[in-house]
Design a protein around this ligand. Structure first.
Ligand code: MP5
Length: 205
């Protein structure tokens, strides 16, 4: 089964993750800056965890998946530099502790080290595809958030996600990946909780 079929098979869960109130508030400009800042700091932690996960996945990836995974690792290092610049400009402390949702998502990435490569690639594609579709739903983004929306909807990001889809589909042909539905739903739930975290943190009140 092509991994893209998972989107229609689990349409409700997919909608919850990609049409979240956080994204609506970015699009219409009603998201308070404090909620966005909370989310930014937690996302910087997540990207650091994602880089570690992806580097471990690269080490065991089949030959055809190596280029897209290696390119993604380089992009994540660049993304961490970008977070540092943004934090500087906004006066944010990137060493602030991880919130429970961030810790739980990081734990999920660690658990994926024990999954077969096909399942781990499906999970990584789900992480990035959820993110791309959610930010695309925020386009063009209201004033203060427009540059961020543009950052996460750049054409290069869409082609990266397409490359991950190909890698996940090929790995699934090489070896059956029976855990695809389960891992897709787990990642989508983690993404939904991640958007909610900044709103639940009291920053909206
Ligand atoms: C991504 C992210 C995608 N930064 N945060 C969450 C919660 N999910 C996915 O990361 P990137 O930086 O586009 O690889």
């Amino acid at each position: 089964m092509p991994v893209a079929d998972l989107l229609a098979r689990h349409a409700d869960a997919w909608r919850r993750a990609t049409r979240h109130p956080f994204i609506d508030a970015v699009r219409d400009g009603t998201l308070p800056p404090a909620a966005f800042d909370t989310w930014l700091v937690q996302d910087a932690h997540f990207v650091a965890d994602l880089l570690r996960f992806q580097a471990r996945l690269l080490a065991r990836a089949p030959r055809p998946a190596q280029a897209v995974l290696a390119g993604g690792c380089v992009a994540l290092v660049g993304e961490l530099d970008w977070f540092a610049r943004i934090a500087d400009a906004r006066g944010l402390d990137l060493d602030a502790p991880q919130l429970p949702v961030t810790i739980a998502y990081g734990d999920l990435l660690y658990r994926l080290d024990a999954a077969d490569v096909g399942t781990a690639l499906t999970a990584l594609w789900t992480v990035e595809r959820t993110y791309l579709d959610a930010w695309s739903a925020a386009l063009p983004g209201a004033g203060p958030y427009r540059a961020f929306v543009e950052h996460w909807t750049a054409p290069g990001f869409a082609s990266y996600v397409a490359g991950l889809e190909t890698a996940a589909d090929h790995a699934a042909v090489d070896q059956a990946a029976p855990g695809d539905d389960a891992v897709f739903l787990e990642v989508v739930a983690a993404e939904t909780a991640f958007w909610g975290m900044a709103l639940d943190d009291g920053a909206l009140s």
